[in-house]
Ligand binder design. Structure first.
Ligand SMILES: Nc1ncnc2c1ncn2[C@@H]1O[C@H](COP(=O)(O)OP(=O)(O)OP(=O)(O)O)[C@@H](O)[C@H]1O
Length: 857
């Protein structure tokens, strides 16, 4: 088998499809940090069936899918395939005939990963087994990832044993043993379960066998019950047949009686009809009479009411006539009053007019008197004024203050007179008199005294004149007032005359109207007076008609009553016959129904017999316990016997009638289980044998490999360390398959010591010695070493490369070596550079040494 090519597509930084050819000898992969070198190694481990996302440096397996860069979008699928050439046909058994094998793993977001071998989907385990059989695989010592060397140093001895198993090529054996163990566990669990089930089944079987015994007993009693039941049904059917016969006899007898009664009923019905026909016209006539009597009585009543009404009307008319006559009298009185008042008022008016013309002269004279008095008063006043003026001019040697007062008082008195307040004016003038008297007494000058007494005199005159004037004025005023009163009265008389005239004309009209109404009422009264006579005549006629109708009615009723009596007695007889006929008919119907019922009962019984006992009518006796019995028991005794048997059966309690059937089913099942158990036991034995064999083989091969590896380990070690010696030891268990692997080394000049005490470089070289020792024991077609030379100095790198060179000579293994070391690069048969021309996307190119060195510089 030869590994030919790895193809990556969308795997980590290899976004695009990239082919990596696996060639003979040493192939170096170089490139700067982070360009994707280790991703190639991981792609190889991944396609070989790596299950741990952590060891793929991810948190989940989907992290291997290209997750995009700032310029390129992410992908949904990652795919890695490895091509293996099998021209030599020395591959694993099932692929032996194939020339070419392609193992492919594909992962799709949210769908998980799938494995294909030559495009056929296979289980992950199939792919893993394929590589394990080729002494390689994701965890084989031929796949040395970055840091694996360190891990080998620090690993527990039992974990380190895995590397020995690789050398012994028993990894596949382990997987098979594991599978066998799983199958063994499953088989043992099944066996346990089957044993438990069998125990239960056996218990159940014992139970069922007991139930089957009871079921047999139950069946025997049931058979007996069936026979007694058949006997009971037979007796019941006999009883029913007997009852049917009796009822049929009753029915026939009743039929003869029914026809006899029917004849009698027809006769009575005819007689009743004849009588009814006779009496019905009379009844109709009576109804007619009754309605006639009612009508006449009503008419009579109406007539009486009409009479009362007529009397009331006459009374009312008379009352109205009386009122109208009173009204006419009253209106005539008004006419007379109106005429006399009109006359009286006209006379009064003429008188007033006459008085007025007489008083015209008187008024004229009064006016003249008044004018005269006025003028006299004026003159006297004037002469008083003159005297006063003389005093005022100083011609008179006196104090004129009082005189001036008198003058003022007189002026005031004049005003009062003009206002007709005579009494007040007189009072004022009296006061003037007193003042003038006082003044005169005080005067010394005779002349003045004289003049002043003249004034006094004048004043007396004025007083007199004023009284006269006042008298004339009052007379004149009263004359004028009288004249005004008269004129007003004349006007009032005119309006009174007018109203009397209106009253007169209204009353005359009323008299005419009332007279008309009176005449009308008189004619109505006359009419009403005639009515009682006509009503009395009509009443006589109605009373006669009433009498005739009532007599006719009484006579008819007598005939009807007699006929009704006759019909009633006929009906009573008819009812009696009908009742007897009904009774007979009922008896007939009831016996008919009873027969029907009995037949139905018989049918039901037969149906039950057929369904419960599966017997026909004729077979019942034969299958019953009464077959051959001479004296049959009655049904009650038979039922007692049945109850007894049923009680006996009930005492058995609930019985499983299918127990027999179930018992044989269980017996068959238990037999089959025994067979299965035997198969299972032999399978377990075989599995145990094969596991033992595998273990034995494994132990042998492991011990064999141990010996070989131990030897090779020392050889490689002394080569790599240029001296010293090393050995391996199986520790912690006597069973090599359980034991741990310890490395004991003594570098040149140093004592034998544990690997953990060595320096970093020494540890790396020791671990490499072990890996190469294993590799030499069981060379695989491919070996990947990812930066294993990193902790080594130049001298050790040279020795490491020398060893690689030796290995290429003695094996066909194809080495893929990731390195940063220029010395290592120089020893490679070819070099590939991994670059990132576009940031984040790896590309694989073939490079020469010079270019390779410049790439890591
Ligand atoms: N799913 C992924 N999609 C895209 N790029 C990824 C993905 N997973 C890892 N990478 C990138 O791969 C690179 C790491 O590659 P790798 O470890 O192979 O580099 P290297 O060449 O071995 O580096 P060194 O020499 O330092 O060991 C990182 O830049 C990382 O971003």
């Amino acid at each position: 088998m030869e590994f030919k090519k790895i193809q990556l597509n969308g795997f980590k930084s290899f976004a695009e499809k990239t082919n990596f050819l696996i060639e003979h000898g040493l192939t170096g992969i170089v490139g700067p940090n982070g360009c994707g070198k280790s991703n190639i190694v991981e792609s190889l481990r991944w396609v070989m069936g790596e299950t741990s996302a952590k060891s793929m440096r991810g948190s989940g397996m989907e992290d291997v899918i290209f997750n995009g860069t700032s310029n390129k979008s992410s992908k949904n699928i990652a795919e890695v395939s490895i091509s293996v050439d099998n021209a030599s046909h020395d591959g694993p058994m099932q692929y032996k005939d194939l020339d070419h094998i392609e193992v492919r793993r594909k992962i799709e977001k949210d769908k998980g990963s799938k494995f294909y071998i030559n495009d056929k989907e296979v289980r992950a385990r199939d792919a893993q087994m394929f590589f394990a059989d080729l002494s390689t695989g994701a965890h084989s010592p031929s796949m040395i990832s970055q840091g694996r060397i360190g891990a080998l140093v620090t690993a527990k001895p039992t974990d380190r044993r895995a590397i020995l198993e690789e050398a012994a090529n028993i990894s596949g054996l382990h997987v098979r043993r594991h599978e066998a163990e799983l199958r063994l566990n499953a088989a043992e669990t099944n066996l346990k379960r089957a044993d438990e089930l069998r125990r239960q089944q056996e218990k159940q079987l014992a139970n069922l066998q007991k139930q089957a015994e009871e079921a047999t007993k139950y069946k025997l009693i049931s058979e007996e019950i069936k026979k007694i039941e058949a006997g009971l049904y037979y007796l019941k059917l006999l009883d029913i047949d007997n009852e049917i016969r009796i009822e049929n006899e009753i029915n026939n007898e009743a039929e003869g009686e029914v026809s006899n009664f029917n004849q009698q009923i027809a006769q009575f019905e005819n007689l009743i009809k004849t009588e009814t026909d006779k009496v019905s016209p009379l009844r109709e006539k009576n109804i007619e009479n009754l309605s006639k009597i009612q009508r006449l009585n009503l008419e009579l009543q109406n007539l009486d009411e009409e009479n009362v009404r007529t009397q009331d009307e006459i009374e009312n008319i008379k009352k109205s006539l009386k009122t109208i006559e009173e009204d006419i009298d009253r209106e005539k009185g008004i006419v007379i009053d109106a005429n006399s008042n009109e006359r009286r008022l006209k006379e009064e008016k003429a008188e007033l007019i006459e008085i007025d013309s007489k008083y015209f002269e008187t008024e004229k004279l009064s006016n003249e008197d008044l004018e005269k008095a006025k003028n006299l008063l004026k003159d006297e006043q004037k002469s008083v004024d003159e005297i006063i003026n003389i005093f005022a001019d100083g011609n008179i040697n006196i104090a004129i203050g009082p005189i001036k007062n008198v003058k003022n008082t007189i002026t005031r008195a004049k005003e009062l007179i003009n206002n007709n307040e005579i009494n007040q004016a007189l009072t004022l003038l009296d006061r003037c008199q007193i003042e003038i008297d006082g003044f005169l007494d005080n005067l010394e000058d005779e002349e003045s005294k004289k003049k002043l007494s003249n004034i006094n005199e004048k004043n007396e005159n004025i007083k007199l004149l004023q009284e006269k004037y006042a008298d004339s004025f009052s007379k004149n005023q009263s004359i004028k007032k009288e004249s005004v009163k008269r004129n007003e009265r004349i006007k009032a008389i005119e309006s009174e005359v007018e109203s009397w005239k209106n009253l007169l004309s209204n009353s005359e009209k009323m008299v005419t109207e009332l007279t008309e109404r009176k005449n009308k009422l008189l004619s109505q009264l006359n009419e009403r007076d005639q009515q009682p006579k006509a009503q009395a005549e009509r009443k006589g006629q109605i009373t006669e008609g009433l009498r005739i109708s009532q007599n006719e009615k009484i006579e008819n009723e007598k005939i009807i009553e007699e006929t009704d009596k006759k019909i009633n007695s006929l009906r009573l007889e008819l009812n009696d016959v009908q009742e007897r006929s009904i009774q007979i008919r009922e008896r007939k119907a009831s016996s008919g129904a009873t027969v029907e019922g009995l037949k139905k009962r018989k049918e039901d019984l037969l149906e039950r017999v057929s369904s419960e006992l599966n017997l026909e009518e004729n077979d019942i006796l034969e299958n019953s316990n009464l077959n051959g019995v001479e004296e049959l028991p009655d049904s009650v005794a038979q039922e007692d016997a049945l109850d007894k048997k049923k009680n006996e059966r009930e005492k058995l309690g609930s019985v499983n009638l299918r127990a027999d059937e179930e018992t044989s089913k269980y017996e068959i099942e238990i037999k089959k289980m025994e067979q299965d158990r035997e198969d299972l036991v032999s399978a377990i034995i075989k599995l145990k044998e094969s596991i033992n064999e595998l273990n034995q083989k494994g132990r042998e091969r492991l011990l064999e490999a141990f010996e070989k590896v131990n030897r090779k380990f020392n050889e490689v070690y002394t080569k790599l360390f240029n001296g010293g010696n090393a050995k391996l030891e199986l520790v912690d268990s006597d069973d090599p398959l359980e034991a741990g692997l310890e490395m004991l080394v003594s570098p040149p000049g140093k004592r034998l010591q544990s690997i953990t005490l060595l320096s970093g470089g020494e540890q790396a070289l020791t671990a490499l010695s072990l890996i190469f020792a294993v590799f030499l024991t069981n060379p695989s077609p491919i070996c990947v070493l990812d930066e294993v030379d990193a902790p080594l100095d130049d001298a050790n790198v040279t020795r490491f490369c020398g060893l690689l060179d030796d290995l290429t000579k003695i094996t066909d293994t194809k080495f893929i070596i990731v390195t940063h070391h220029a010395l290592t690069m120089s020893k490679m048969n070819r070099l590939y550079g991994v670059t990132m021309p576009e940031k984040g996307i790896s590309q694989l190119v073939a490079v020469d040494l010079q270019k390779a060195e410049s790439m890591v510089a």
